[in-house]
Design a protein around this ligand. Structure first.
Ligand SMILES: CC(C)(COP(=O)(O)OP(=O)(O)OC[C@H]1O[C@@H](n2cnc3c(N)ncnc32)[C@H](O)[C@@H]1OP(=O)(O)O)[C@@H](O)C(=O)NCCC(=O)NCCS
Length: 139
């Protein structure tokens, strides 16, 4: 299993801050400029939750958020998770982007169990992750 620091593309470094519930993760250029942030936590072994994806304004539109999602899709797969979940602003281009990336609207069982509901402007989305089979090939 690859660790998170083994998934970072060349030319980037990262920093993180652990809280009791999850991890604030910052991706930086090799000279230490913060470029983007994301918060992640594991609900249980099956689900990687992502929140607060944000890219520094000057660097938007250059594919950084795409890179960050790529990193966390690989990380979730490597960690043996079945899916990624996140919230998106309803009817926004961000929702459209997640949809293009294979996310679908799906309520979170964790959120339902814990009575955490997004307000009417937000929706939960889910993406199934491909699992590595025993031969090392993706299903
Ligand atoms: C959302 C955000 C993280 C995107 O970061 P980014 O690095 O600019 O995104 P990318 O350059 O990787 O582009 C991702 C996709 O969104 C599209 N996109 C980017 N900015 C866009 C815009 N302003 N309007 C419409 N589409 C846009 C890109 O074309 C790309 O689509 P594609 O993969 O189909 O080609 C960034 O705009 C941001 O920090 N916004 C404020 C915080 C926020 O809204 N976060 C969302 C939390 S759910």
């Amino acid at each position: 299993m690859k660790r998170l620091n083994e998934i970072i593309p060349k030319g980037f470094i990262y920093n993180y801050n652990k809280t009791k519930d999850g991890v604030y993760y910052t991706i930086m250029s090799s000279n230490g400029w913060a470029l983007g942030t994301i918060y992640f936590y594991f609900d249980d072994a099956t689900t990687l939750y992502l929140a607060g994806l944000s890219v520094e304004e000057l660097h938007r539109g250059c594919g950084l958020a795409t890179k960050i999602l790529d990193i966390f899709e690989e990380f979730g797969t490597e960690a043996g998770c079945k899916c990624l979940r996140l919230e998106a602003e309803k009817d926004s281009w961000v929702q459209d982007w997640y949809t293009r990336r294979g996310f679908v609207e799906h309520p979170s069982e964790y959120a339902i169990l814990n009575h955490i509901f997004p307000d009417e402007t937000e929706i939960w989305m889910k993406k199934e992750l491909k699992q590595n089979n025993k031969d090392g090939f993706k299903d």
